[in-house]
Design a protein around this ligand. Structure first.
Ligand SMILES: [Zn+2]
Length: 65
């Protein structure tokens, strides 16, 4: 019985770690439009993507080394 409880606990822990990682990933990126230069700049990682005018990019350059 205690073994089952341990497995359940590990599963819950893994779920919370996964949730924390995925939520912090999207929160990291803060795109700001630099109209003067025509680019989107990420305030979190400093990444730059040429502006298209369709809204901020969804990806973070921090994850693409
Ligand atoms: Zn970023």
């Amino acid at each position: 019985m205690p073994v089952l409880l341990l497995i359940l606990l590990a599963g819950v822990l893994a779920y919370f770690i996964w949730r924390h990682r995925s939520s912090s990933l999207s929160r990291d990126c803060r795109w700001r439009q630099d109209r003067a230069r025509g680019v989107w700049r990420c305030a979190a990682c400093g990444g730059e993507i040429p502006g298209t005018g369709h809204g901020p990019p969804r990806l973070c350059l921090k994850n693409h080394s």
